[in-house]
Design a protein around this ligand. Structure first.
Ligand code: MN
Length: 192
């Protein structure tokens, strides 16, 4: 099979208490695995089988898009975290955030509000546009800023499966805890 579950640079229980081991076992181990398995089945024998994941996301629609984008989005999400990372943006990214929002705290409030207020299932995103400016967007279902020509930097999965085991229906509580595990050194690499 072409695509495989990405290896994570941290142990599944190491993001506790922000994300429990049990949520990792289901969200990463089962939900993401299912999107990858479905994608592999759907692209078999099609021109998409020869493409890298980002190109499939940009060019497909329907079931192939849904499973390719969910594979990209989840990999991107899980790869943003670390148990002992850099908890604030620095350098050029910190300057870009200050230019747009005034300070990191104001950015964090707007990004959290976007995630909490998104209706139904989806993803909130911080991206860079063609002019190098930062933008916050909300995407429903498998939506991904790659299809709008943006460079994705940071995302929050607000599908209920991301938080229901740990926080039940309290999405705001889940979003608040994620700030403790986001590694800004990873976000900065994506920005540069
Ligand atoms: Mn998810």
């Amino acid at each position: 099979m072409k695509f495989k579950l990405p290896e994570l640079p941290y142990a599944q229980g190491s993001l506790e208490p922000a994300i429990s081991r049990q949520t990792m076992e289901f969200h990463y181990g089962k939900h993401l695995q299912t999107y990858i398995d479905n994608l592999n089945k759907l692209i078999e024998g099609t021109p998409f089988a020869e493409m890298p994941l980002e190109q499939i996301v940009k060019q497909s629609d329907g079931g192939i898009f849904n499973n390719a984008a969910q594979t990209f989005n989840h990999t991107f999400y899980f790869e943003t975290f670390s148990p002992n990372g850099q908890r604030h943006p620095e350098g050029k990214l910190a300057k870009a955030i200050e230019k747009k929002w005034g300070n990191f705290e104001a950015f964090r409030e707007e990004f959290s509000a976007a995630a909490v207020s998104l209706f139904g299932s989806g993803w909130s995103w911080l991206s860079k546009n063609a002019d190098g400016e930062l933008t916050i967007t909300k995407e429903s279902n498998a939506g991904c800023p790659l299809t709008s020509g943006l460079v994705p930097l940071l995302t929050i999965d607000v599908w209920e499966h991301a938080y229901y085991l740990d926080c039940q229906n309290r999405r705001a509580e889940y979003v608040k805890k994620l700030w403790d595990i986001i590694d800004w050194s990873i976000v900065e690499k994506r920005f540069e």
